[in-house]
Design a protein around this ligand. Structure first.
Ligand SMILES: Nc1ncnc2c1ncn2[C@@H]1O[C@H](COP(=O)(O)OP(=O)(O)OP(=O)(O)O)[C@@H](O)[C@H]1O
Ligand SMILES: [Mg+2]
Length: 377
């Protein structure tokens, strides 16, 4: 029997809850060709919400085309151009004949080698001297705009983990090239998203950076407790099992409303439930989930220095004044300058995040594990 919860995959249809405001804003931006920058920590649902909005837009507008590029799989500028050209071409037509025509027509001076497999579901592959392309990438950077203008189409190019662009060989150089072309596009918009908030902010909010004020910045929030309760109860009911309001609430609260963990904990509780889910079942599932993760958490902690761990201890003790004399003494944090340094290192390791005065653990179960298992021993 299929389980009613999903994690680690894109949440869609019945598995997708809330995000009404964000979905509407994305659909509206896609429709009016406004660029979007979407930022949230890992596993909060960026890919799911973009996929959902793309799906709604495609049903609403016949002429809109989406391309998805994931910079996790792209290591260099050459590879980026290859991905961009391939995805744009593949989105431009469904018929092989038109695809080939488009390839001939829109490549200007560059004449690529095209490989098309007889299976219509696989993508066309482009062979080009990408080193040459890199010297003069204008045709590729403008390909979507050219195709859309001639064919009366609208393109939305979605690029995941966009902050990885900072790891290319000449990151500023490629960002300048992209921006200078993309800002002139009328029928193409860009949805650039990523999970490393600080790196994303560097790229999009520093006045000295090429992508400064490039588009509408959306910070994805967690899904609210109220929505989770409705969702969990409904998914149980749909599959012929029961869970009460307070029990559904416990699932969401233990997982700190973190989308991936809520679904995972709901799933484990559902599997243990015959007819009605109880508090005991949820507690037991939660305990098991933390145990499953403990090896991972132990490895993560082994990679930290003694003072980094001390700072995490202070945080799990809910100490707010980390730089106060008393805290520094009690937790042996060295100096207040050192505290600043430690916080930075933990942000870079994506363990904590700081917004204003608030410091949060990005992984709520890691915080729980540290407090209840690691420091309690
Ligand atoms: N709107 C939603 N409704 C229900 N569950 C969701 C929703 N969005 C995300 N989730 C849950 O969170 C998981 C992660 O979602 P998704 O892959 O979209 O996040 P992401 O931010 O793109 O993650 P990553 O940083 O790993 O790319 C999903 O598999 C699903 O379990
Ligand atoms: Mg994703």
């Amino acid at each position: 029997m299929e389980t009613p919860f999903v994690f680690g995959k894109i949440a869609s249809d019945k598995n997708f809850t809330d995000r009404k405001a964000e979905t509407e804003r994305l659909v509206s931006n896609f429709g009016s060709s406004v660029n979007t920058i979407l930022i949230s920590p890992r596993r909060w649902g960026k890919s799911s919400v973009v996929a959902k909005a793309a799906d709604i837009s495609s049903k609403k507008e016949k002429n809109i085309r989406f391309c998805f590029i994931d910079l996790n799989n792209v290591r260099s500028e050459e590879q980026f151009y290859q991905q961009l050209a391939t995805k744009v071409l593949n989105a431009s037509a469904t018929k092989t004949r038109i695809l080939i025509e488009n390839t001939r027509k829109f490549f200007g001076k560059l004449i690529p080698n095209v490989t098309i497999s007889p299976d219509p579901r696989t993508e066309l592959k482009l062979g080009l001297d990408w080193k040459e392309v890199k010297k003069e990438p204008d045709d590729i950077l403008n390909l979507a705009e050219k195709i859309s203008t001639e064919n009366n189409l609208k393109f939305v190019i979605c690029i995941d983990e966009f902050q990885n662009i900072s790891e290319f060989e000449n990151p500023l150089d490629i960002q300048k090239k992209m921006r200078s072309h993309w800002q002139k596009h009328k029928n193409v918009s860009y949805c650039l998203f990523g999970s490393k908030r600080h790196m994303m902010m560097d790229v999009f909010t520093s006045p000295s950076m090429p992508f400064y004020k490039f588009g509408d910045i959306i910070f994805l929030s967690k899904i609210s407790l109220k929505d989770w309760i409705i969702f969990i109860q409904k998914r149980f009911a749909d599959s012929g099992k029961k869970i009460g309001h307070n029990e559904a609430r416990l699932v969401a609260e233990l997982a700190d409303c973190h989308p991936y963990y809520v679904q995972q904990l709901a799933q484990q509780s559902w599997l243990r439930t015959d007819t009605g889910c109880t508090m005991d079942i949820i507690e037991e599932s939660f305990h098991d989930l933390v145990l499953q993760l403990s090896m991972l958490f132990q490895n993560l902690t082994d990679g930290l220095s003694r003072t980094q761990i001390s700072l995490l201890k202070a945080l799990t003790d809910n100490i707010n004044q980390l730089s106060s004399k008393n805290t520094i003494l009690e937790y042996q944090l060295g100096t207040s300058a050192n505290v600043v340094k430690l916080k930075k290192m933990l942000i870079n390791k994506e363990i904590i995040d700081i917004q204003g005065n608030e410091i949060t653990f990005l992984d709520p179960l890691y915080k729980f594990w540290l407090k209840e298992y690691f420091f309690n021993n």
